[in-house]
Design a protein around this ligand. Structure first.
Ligand code: ATP
Ligand code: MG
Length: 184
């Protein structure tokens, strides 16, 4: 079981100022009026896990996650999200398993794309995506249930529903590695 412990945002969507969210064990609720940024927080989670589709985080291009400015504040050119994981159960990939705490971060600069780090070390998007896929979370996993998602699952074709079950079982990372190996 992967335990998220902190989510840090800066310049991401409406979270222009550095914001840190402590995530404790058990249930965490986020409440607030319409438009205060609740969905943006879920999207920050998806994004730091390596989401590649801007559409799935309500943008038309990835730069749309960067704070776009308001009448009172100028736009930013940089957004960063970091997610801290408790790895005391040692379920992280071997390369990172000597750390009790893992900090995964993603940063985007306007027109320059994204850069990922795990505990300060530059890594590929793929490394981050696989880390989360192996832990049965991940940007498109059933661990994140967005609005309308339940009816999508009910109405899905059997093949698509199987993919959802495989993600829940934590074997989608294996499938993805096999696919890569077959392409070589
Ligand atoms: P609801 O209760 O209606 O679902 P919510 O709390 O989920 O609302 P969000 O959808 O997370 O609210 O936040 C929407 C707000 O985020 C809007 O005010 C929108 O202008 C702002 N926003 C989104 N992207 C950016 C951006 N790149 N820069 C600045 N503000 C942004
Ligand atoms: Mg919302």
């Amino acid at each position: 079981m992967v335990q998220f412990t902190k989510l840090r945002l800066s310049g991401f969507k409406s979270f222009v100022d550095p914001t840190e969210l402590i995530i404790q064990q058990g249930m965490t609720g986020i409440v607030g009026p319409n438009g205060c940024g609740k969905s943006n927080l879920l999207e920050a989670l998806r994004w730091v896990m390596g989401e590649t589709s801007a559409r799935l985080i309500r943008g038309s291009e990835m730069d749309d996650v960067i704070f776009a400015g308001t009448s009172k504040r100028p736009a930013r050119n940089l957004a960063e999200v970091a997610l801290v994981l408790d790895n005391s159960s040692r379920r992280a990939p071997v390369a990172f398993n000597d750390h009790v705490e893992l900090e995964i971060s993603r940063r985007i600069e306007r027109e320059a794309g994204s850069a990922y780090r795990i505990n300060g070390k530059d890594v590929r998007a793929r490394d981050v995506q696989l880390l989360f896929a192996d832990a049965s979370v991940g940007s498109r996993s059933p661990a994140l249930v967005g609005q309308g998602r339940i009816s999508t699952i009910i109405n899905a074709k059997p093949g698509d529903r199987r993919q959802i079950l495989e993600e829940a079982a934590g074997i989608s990372g294996l499938h993805s590695r096999r696919h890569e190996a077959e392409l070589r």
